[in-house]
Design a binder for this molecule. Sequence first.
Ligand SMILES: [Zn+2]
Length: 56
Amino acid sequence: MKTCTQCNNKFTFIDRLKFLFNGHLKCTHCNADYRSEANIYREYTFYYTYVEYIYI
Ligand SMILES: [Zn+2]
């Protein structure tokens, strides 16, 4: 993702580097928050591990 889908603001290289590193990115222009799909998947996996723990 090179530009913000909300306001078309161009992300800098540093912004995209932070996105890869932190898993989320906040647009400085419109405050839109983006999360990487890898991060969402990790939370999903964590949730199911937690649910399984309860039922065991
Ligand atoms: Zn934006």
